[in-house]
Design a protein around this ligand. Structure first.
Ligand code: TYM
Length: 311
């Protein structure tokens, strides 16, 4: 049995990319492993300054976790801010890595390149993520390809600490499924909240239809590449070959088929989700937070002693 850990920022509604990149692989592995699933609410503060939205996002992401089939009796579902050891360990890692090292992080570089103001939280973001993962002696982290660099940063933080203070942290591995490493959005670029090109995972059928109808199809060929790229997540190669042959050049028909395929995956999960009350979410997070905290506080006892702050 391995320790599995992943997280999603509480920064907006989850999309199809989050589902295929992180949640689906997590659900598949969660049953046979010791699994932890976190709502990254402190990470969301790097981009969100609206307290009501943060709260709503925490509730919604937790509902999404439950709706896709994570059993809270088995996996630990919790939110980052309920376990203050995450921010504590992140500080210790920040004291071990250099500024030039953090300056290489994609999220930080992208913001600077766009001329946007990057806050210090965004700069230190990879060290909070390293703390999330390393606190629990994680073996495997199911994520999309965009998180590959963050896993390298986590391993580097572990190695730096182990070098300085003796063996303490395991070096975790990412699990990125090659076929769905980067789910494309409606414009063919990586599906991302910040690009406004998402298909919402738990949108209504109308919302899903609106997003699918907006998929850019100016490829000029018989096969609308952007539609096909998303469709691959929902149907097998042979099913798609037949469908795209039958509707050659008929973009609207193919989009309608995609809407149906997305909806038939989502509909049962949407039903489960609609039955989840806010009080259920509160209970799940309370219990998960206590379980996570007891693991984290054990680990931090060792870490504090090693860095010398325990007297
Ligand atoms: P976030 O919130 O941006 O995304 C959550 C997960 O969804 C995956 N993902 C995608 N996968 C495939 N195609 C896409 N278009 C796509 N868009 C998003 C991401 O790769 C990710 O797995 N830093 C993390 C959150 C985090 C975390 C952690 C993850 C905080 N602490 C500890 C793992 C372990 C993030 O911003 O993910």
């Amino acid at each position: 049995m391995q320790r599995l850990f992943t997280g999603i920022q509480a920064s907006g509604a989850l999309h199809v990319g989050n589902y295929f990149g992180a949640l689906k692989p997590f659900v598949e592995l969660a049953r046979e492993n010791d699994s932890m699933l976190m709502v990254a609410d402190y990470h969301a503060l790097t981009s969100l300054r609206d307290p009501a939205a943060v709260r709503t996002n925490i509730i919604n992401v937790t509902k999404d976790y439950l709706a896709v089939g994570i059993d809270p009796a088995q996996a630990i579902i919790f939110k980052q801010s309920d376990v203050p050891e995450h921010t504590e360990l992140s500080w210790i890692f920040q004291c071990l890595v250099t500024v030039p090292f953090l300056q290489q992080a994609h999220a930080f570089k992208d913001k600077v390149a766009k001329g946007l103001e990057a806050n210090a939280g965004l700069f230190a973001y990879p060290m909070l993520m390293a703390a999330d993962i390393l606190l629990y002696d994680t073996d495997v982290v199911p994520v999309g390809a965009d998180q590959r660099q963050h896993l390298e940063y986590a391993r580097e933080a572990a190695a730096k600490f182990n070098n300085a203070y003796g063996q303490t942290f395991k070096e975790p591995k990412e699990k990125i499924l090659e076929m769905i490493a980067t789910v494309p959005g409606t414009d063919g670029k990586k599906m991302s909240k910040s690009y406004g090109n998402t298909i919402p995972l738990f949108g209504t059928k109308d919302e899903i239809a609106k997003a699918v109808m907006s998929i850019v199809t100016d490829s000029g060929s018989d096969k609308p590449e952007n539609v096909f790229a998303i469709h691959q997540l929902f149907k097998t190669e042979s099913e798609l070959a037949a469908l795209y042959e039958e509707h050659k050049g008929k973009y609207k028909n193919l989009k309608e088929a995609l809407i149906e395929d997305i909806d038939s995956l989502v509909a049962p999960m949407r039903e489960i989700r609609n039955a989840i009350a806010e009080s259920d979410v509160e209970q799940v997070l309370k219990e998960g937070g206590a379980r996570a905290r007891s693991r984290a506080s054990e680990k931090m006892k060792d870490v504090r002693a090693k860095v010398g702050v325990t007297i």
